[in-house]
Design a protein around this ligand. Structure first.
Ligand SMILES: [Ca+2]
Length: 144
């Protein structure tokens, strides 16, 4: 009986830890991004347009498992494990393929969006492997 209770308690604690870790791990990457680029207005501008900073990298203002090209690149380069390394590694890419051919770092310094361009053809990637297309978030005035 004691062993069963202990096993159930252990499983409960493990489930709680995994839930908490999943729930809070991702927003911390946004905070790490803000610490890494303290002078950028990209996060401020996306928040002004959408109410959150999630769409700096994600397709939705709620975050989740769909990403714009910048977020998808960060994820592919291990941002969940080592955000600052992934931030640095994406700087020279033009993830959103904007017509000005600006690097992600240039857009971050300009306060525009490294993951969005003025087009209805922004690629959206999901964890399931699907690719779809979207316009920039409504209200975003300076994607490029
Ligand atoms: Ca852009």
């Amino acid at each position: 009986m004691f062993k069963t209770c202990f096993t159930l308690f252990f499983l409960y604690c493990t489930a709680c830890f995994l839930f908490i870790n999943e729930t809070y791990a991702r927003p911390s990457i946004a905070y790490e991004w803000m610490d890494y680029y303290p002078d950028s207005n990209s996060d401020d501008n996306i928040k002004k347009a959408t109410g959150t900073t999630c769409q700096l990298c994600h397709a939705s203002s709620d975050g989740g498992n769909s990403y714009n090209p910048y977020g998808w690149k960060l994820k592919g380069l291990g941002a969940l494990d080592n955000p600052t390394k992934a931030f640095k590694m994406t700087e020279d890419f033009n993830s959103d393929k904007d017509s000005k051919v600006q690097s992600n770092l240039k857009e971050i310094k300009n306060g525009s969006q490294p993951g969005w361009r003025k087009s209805s053809k922004n690629r959206i990637y999901s964890d399931g492997g699907e690719v779809s297309y979207s316009s920039p978030p409504d209200g975003l005035t300076n994607p490029d």
